[in-house]
Design a protein around this ligand. Structure first.
Ligand code: PLP
Length: 422
């Protein structure tokens, strides 16, 4: 039997390893709602770290919907939806999501993480092949491993690399003696969570169709802010109806918590029968479903469109300031920009993402810069391994529709004071 001291000692050793690598994390208590401002230890900070792109997390419409649902349905959901019955607000939310995304059906999960886990492990198994982008979110990587399918990773947004893998999968498929031909599933994000760049969805759709693969697109950072009807990047690029599995989260632009899938009825029925993170987990709270439904209704309204426009005005304000810095002429302070590829700099200058990574590289340097910004009243935590690669630490600036022009100016001023480039 191990002694308790031995256990604690071992954990202390691991923690000091984490500290030495500049990767130690701790929780900071926030005493205010999530908005463009945060109150921490009695001090107010400008928040440039949240994914609440449309400023809905503390919206009165969502709060009112949640309160009404609590009055009517209570707080808890009792059990899994297959056990104690499936509460009405979840059905209403799913009908609303399917309508919003122009899909036959939708299914919600308790989180985006649980969505990826349940869906991917339902669709592929041992003998199948899963192909994911190098920068895909941890939930996709974990789900791919859990599924037991052969995992292949293609270089970030690299269609040639992907095609080589699909050719390999094709050869493998024709050789196998299995009763069923192995299925290949490609999974990517549409807007990448830590870099803010976009996947070439049109070309991905062409490729997967040529090779008979299925495509799952995680629109966590695109739902609500891209596309004519704000459905996401697949809509913007005109390929929504060619993507078999459309994933989204409720916790980003939609301002609540949860994850969802949109697709065919057959897909949703399979998930209800097989997705373990759906079956073996208590249903999402009815109040949360009601608030999410209010968010989906809002996003589809003209107020949703003007809210989205407000976000892009802020993004433009920041990207234009960044463009002025751009010609990396002598005299431009070294800092963030030095590790950016020209492609990334130009993506930033285009101003088509609310996620603006300031890549620092060294983990401890990123921590120092984050602390210096905090001293200036600006809250941007350093994102480090394993959220990004080792030596790719960054400040991940996110803009939301609730930021004011003044907020963005203050960020730019703080950057100038600290002599780094956004
Ligand atoms: C946030 C995120 C998820 C996970 O969603 P949660 O609802 O936070 O669990 C999945 N995929 C991507 C790309 C994300 O950024």
């Amino acid at each position: 039997m191990t002694k308790p001291q031995a256990f604690t000692g071992e954990l202390a050793r691991r923690l000091s390893e984490i500290r030495e690598a500049g990767l130690y994390r701790e929780l900071r208590q926030v005493d205010s709602p999530q908005s463009h401002l945060l109150v921490i230890d009695g001090r107010e900070y400008l928040n440039f770290s949240s994914n609440d792109y449309l400023g809905l997390a503390n919206d009165s419409r969502l709060k009112e919907a949640a309160i009404q649902a609590i009055e009517k349905f209570g707080v808890g959901s009792g059990a899994s939806r297959l056990i104690s019955g499936s509460l009405a607000p979840l059905h209403e939310l799913e009908a609303s999501l399917a309508g919003f995304k122009n899909a036959e059906r939708a299914l919600t999960f308790s989180s985006g993480y649980a969505t990826a886990l349940g869906v991917i492990a339902t669709l592929v198994a041992k003998d199948d092949i899963i192909v994911i982008d190098k920068l895909a979110h941890a939930c996709i990587v974990d789900a791919a491993r859990l599924s037991g399918a052969a995992l292949r990773v293609f270089a970030h947004n690299d269609l040639n690399d992907l095609e080589d893998i699909l050719k390999w999968a094709d050869r493998r498929g024709t050789k196998g003696s299995a009763s069923r031909r192995p299925q290949t599933l490609i999974v990517t994000e549409s807007v990448f969570s830590m870099d803010g760049d976009h996947a070439p969805l049109r070309e991905l759709v062409e490729l997967k169709e040529r090779y008979g693969a299925w495509l799952m697109v995680d629109e966590a950072h695109a739902t609500g802010i891209y596309g004519p009807r704000r459905q996401g990047l697949a809509e913007e690029l005109g390929v929504s109806d060619r993507v078999e599995i459309q994933m989204g989260t409720l916790g980003k632009a939609l301002g609540t918590v949860g994850g969802f899938i949109c697709g065919s009825s057959a897909l949703v029925e399979c998930l209800i029968n097989r997705a373990r993170s759906f079956i073996f987990s208590t249903a999402p709270a009815p109040a949360l479903a009601a608030a999410s439904m209010a968010a989906v209704t809002f996003v589809q309204s003209s107020a949703g469109e003007s809210r989205r426009q407000k976000l892009w005005v802020r993004v433009k304000q920041l990207s234009e300031a960044a463009t002025r810095w751009l010609p990396s002429a002598p005299g431009v302070p070294s800092g963030s920009g030095r590790n950016l590829s020209p492609a990334k700099l130009s993506a930033r200058a285009q101003g088509n993402s609310a996620i603006i990574p300031i890549v620092i590289g060294d983990e401890s340097e990123a921590m120092k810069l984050s602390a210096a910004l905090r001293a200036e009243g600006i809250y941007i935590p350093a994102v480090r391994y394993p959220a990004v690669g080792r030596g790719r630490a960054r400040l991940r600036v996110t803009l939301t529709a609730s930021h004011t022009a003044e907020d963005v100016s203050r960020l730019l001023q703080a950057a100038a004071n600290l002599n780094f480039q956004i």
